[in-house]
Design a protein around this ligand. Structure first.
Ligand SMILES: NC(=O)c1ccc[n+]([C@@H]2O[C@H](COP(=O)([O-])OP(=O)(O)OC[C@H]3O[C@@H](n4cnc5c(N)ncnc54)[C@H](O)[C@@H]3O)[C@@H](O)[C@H]2O)c1
Length: 485
């Protein structure tokens, strides 16, 4: 099939590349000239595991091309995907200017070229209920000749950044929202090779498909937030959220995923989608209270490590002048370079505003962080610099914050980290370490929702961690096995 993908960001580039890998002829369009030039030169513009091989093959075999010219891509296309940004507007609703702007342009081109044939226009962006109808209206507004046929389909995308290629190639389900049998048949044909193992293609109306995407993201964000609140309570009552997670995750009605407590969710989807759904509800006169709570709790959760850091390192005025803080992880989650709404950035802004010297490391997200802070500069008297490795970041630091659970942060040489730090203080925002292991390694350690063994307490006089001999008299292993001494 011939496919046009309009918008070549995380979704458009992954989707376009994967459609090409499946043998389709794909043209990706973007208005960002630099991005298109980079892609035309065979270089990727995002980091996504597994993308490079398909990308290079698609280009080499001439199935994948890039352009800034919408008309070039639209003319031969059977299916046209709109993978455009839908950022939050001032009032929290999804800003549809990009989607409707492109729909308008498509309408102009189709009106001027009635011989281009039938097109399926697909809303791939996450868009509020009613958008398929608005896209249809924007195209039809150009007074199309009677021979021009098109249908608008809602086909929300469920890929996870960091596993986007795998998710796109083997989706757990494909949701197709359309009332047109012709469009449904085309979409079915396009997606059939992606669901050969039997995962369903679920056909529904446009509005239900649009709602399905928001419902999925809002439920996942709620699940994470619920667990973060359980963790906050565990901290207060002395329970361990990791045990609670295993205890409830084995219940098939709950399931084991999205139960990991931490310093809040970020990314380009959950925050804006929860906000947009809340706004949609409000526009309909319905107060979706749980969503407001999810957003509020998550904002607080991103800063949950600030008070303990200040308690330990700040002066009486709450300043961190002269303190060096290492941050491991900048991306909003591992395996991506995406830093949109990343909790690490919230912490860095806070520490720099209080005068700290922040030294950060991330395996993939340093360049995207640089670009973000160039656009929206840090305020305050502190500084931020980037280290070449996790060890280099920790060296000389008064505290180490783990903000993203990259695998390489899970099993570092703790002795080396401990030796190189000025004060062996670790705030683990993603619970990547075991508290007992950290005590043994000589750190003062704090994580999210897990009791800190007494031995981790920092000696107020010497700033050194207390001796680890007072570990409890029994241990409970990862799998929950109790070992007596
Ligand atoms: N990123 C994800 O994990 C993910 C997952 C599922 C759904 N979504 C949704 O998919 C949509 C796209 O998300 P994304 O993360 O790929 O966004 P993105 O910002 O990474 O990419 C959007 C691209 O569209 C381009 N663009 C803007 N206006 C254009 C125009 N007029 N013509 C051509 N190109 C134009 C931009 O230059 C950019 O390259 C959003 O609605 C998002 O909510 C994203």
């Amino acid at each position: 099939m011939n496919i046009a993908v309009i918008g070549t960001g995380y979704v458009g580039l992954v989707g376009g590349t994967c459609f090409a890998e499946m043998g389709n002829q794909v043209t990706c369009v973007d208005i960002d000239v630099d991005k298109v030039t980079t892609l035309q030169n065979g270089r990727l513009t995002i980091y996504e595991p597994g993308l490079e091989v398909f990308f290079e093959r698609g280009i080499r075999e001439n199935r994948l091309t890039f352009t800034t010219d919408l008309a070039d891509a639209l003319e031969p296309a059977d299916v046209v995907f709109l993978a455009l940004p839908t950022p939050p507007a001032e009032d929290g609703s999804a800003d549809l200017q990009y989607v409707l702007g492109v729909a308008d342009h498509i309408g102009q081109l189709l009106a001027a070229n009635p011989h281009w044939g039938y097109k399926v226009l697909v809303d791939k962006s996450t868009v509020p209920v009613g958008t398929a109808a608005r896209v249809t209206a924007a195209v039809e507004a150009h007074g199309l000749a009677s021979g021009v046929h098109f249908d608008v389909v809602s086909n929300p995308e469920f890929l996870r950044e960091g596993a986007a290629v795998e998710d796109f190639m083997k989706p757990e389900r494909v949701v197709i929202g359309t009332s047109s049998p012709r469009a449904a048949e085309t979409m079915h044909r396009l997606y059939q090779p992606f669901v050969r193992s039997g995962n369903p293609i679920i056909l529904m109306d446009e509005a239900s498909a649009e709602m399905t995407k928001y419902a999925a993201n809002a439920l996942l964000a709620t699940k994470i937030t619920f667990m973060n609140e359980i963790a906050n309570l565990c901290d207060r009552v002395g329970a361990d959220v990791d045990h609670v997670r295993r205890g409830i995750g084995t219940d098939s009605r709950i399931g084991p995923k999205f139960l990991y407590a931490g310093i809040g969710f970020g990314g380009s989807c959950f925050p804006k989608d929860v906000q947009a759904l809340h706004r949609t509800a409000r526009e309909e006169g319905y107060e979706f209270r749980i969503l407001k709570s999810v957003l509020d709790v998550n904002e607080d959760q991103k800063k949950t490590l600030v008070p303990p850091v200040l308690d330990t390192l700040a002066d009486a005025r709450g300043r961190l002048d002269g303190r060096r803080i290492a941050v491991w992880g900048l991306a909003f989650k591992p395996h991506t370079d995406d830093v949109r709404e990343a909790p690490a950035h919230v912490l860095i802004r806070e520490f720099v505003s209080r005068g700290a010297e922040v030294v950060a490391f991330d395996p993939e997200a340093i360049e995207t962080t640089r670009a973000t802070f160039a656009r929206e500069p840090l305020a305050g008297t502190g500084t931020l610099r980037y280290a070449e490795s996790a060890y280099a970041a920790a060296s000389g630091a008064d505290a180490l914050i783990v903000a993203t659970e990259w695998p390489e942060f899970r099993r570092p040489d703790l002795g080396r980290v401990r030796e190189s730090m000025r004060t062996p203080l670790v705030f683990d925002g993603r619970n990547v370490f075991e508290p007992a292991q950290m005590v043994e390694a000589g750190f003062a350690y704090r994580s999210i929702g897990r009791p800190t063994p007494e031995a981790c307490t920092l000696d107020a006089e010497t700033s050194a961690p207390l001796a680890p001999e007072a570990l409890s008299s029994f241990t409970i292993s990862e799998t929950g096995v109790l070992t007596l001494p």
